[in-house]
Design a protein around this ligand. Structure first.
Ligand SMILES: NC(=O)c1ccc[n+]([C@@H]2O[C@H](COP(=O)([O-])OP(=O)(O)OC[C@H]3O[C@@H](n4cnc5c(N)ncnc54)[C@H](OP(=O)(O)O)[C@@H]3O)[C@@H](O)[C@H]2O)c1
Length: 211
């Protein structure tokens, strides 16, 4: 059965998945690259990267995924909606390689990129968006790509089967939080934690089997 998965979602110790303000020059605001330094050091990211615990988790991002849904603020900096030429941060060949649905209140025609990624722009509830993405995924899983606002909405709606959060030992103090409003989320999941020698902790939330 097609599952809904979140991978490599990095948060600070105080729960922020991005800093502020987000801009073209600083996509993660004052967080800079600190939330993802663990991932950039892995083989998943670079041919000379590490192959330890962090790499094992990072590599789970792609296999079995047939579509992604992301939020408007992941797709571009504030104001991208006014730039008809904006095609995302990732260049001509984005790392998604599947249909990718951008949730936005400013829809535009689909954008076909190299390597199998087509961006579709969609205004829909999380449940409706998931239905569309599932159809496009052809029986494979759907990845919820973040940022934190839309990830939180999908979690709150009970739509996520597997969540991989990476807790990075930094305190950001401000930004956009992941956990707000998700009180007792853990009750619906089997939770595991793995500490990496690099200092990050990988937390997985896997939906409990129905009893
Ligand atoms: N830490 C990580 O691992 C990670 C992962 C991914 C992204 N990020 C970062 O997180 C930041 C973005 O996160 P964010 O929380 O600010 O925003 P986000 O979740 O990417 O996007 C939220 C926006 O998406 C649109 N949207 C959301 N739900 C919608 C719906 N149901 N229908 C229509 N539009 C909808 C709205 O934008 P409009 O109303 O403007 O259309 C909303 O303001 C970026 O800095 C990104 O780089 C971090």
């Amino acid at each position: 059965m097609s599952r809904t998965r979140i991978h490599n979602l990095a948060i600070s110790l105080d729960g922020f998945a991005t800093g502020e303000p987000q801009s073209l020059e600083a996509p993660f605001g004052h967080a800079g690259h600190r939330l993802h330094a663990w991932m950039m050091a892995t083989r998943y990211w670079s041919p000379t990267g590490s192959t330890g615990v962090d790499d094992v988790f990072a590599q789970q991002f792609g296999p079995g995924i047939g579509a992604e849904i992301m939020g408007a603020n992941k797709f571009g900096p504030p104001g991208w909606q006014d730039d008809a030429d904006w095609k995302g941060w990732w260049g001509p060949n984005p790392p998604f390689h599947t249909p990718t649905f951008v949730l936005t209140h400013h829809a535009r025609p689909p954008l076909e990129m190299e390597g199998g990624t087509t961006f579709h722009f969609l205004e829909a509830s999380p449940a409706e968006a998931l239905e569309v993405a599932r159809e496009a995924a052809g029986g494979q899983d759907v990845r919820i790509g973040g940022g934190p606002t839309m990830a939180r909405d999908f979690l709150a709606a009970g739509l996520v089967d597997h969540l991989h959060v990476v807790q990075v030992p930094i305190v950001l103090g401000r930004g956009v939080r992941l956990w707000d409003g998700l009180e007792a989320l853990e009750e619906g999941y089997d939770v595991e934690a793995v500490s990496s020698p690099t200092g990050v902790t990988h937390l997985t939330f896997t939906r409990k089997a129905a009893s």
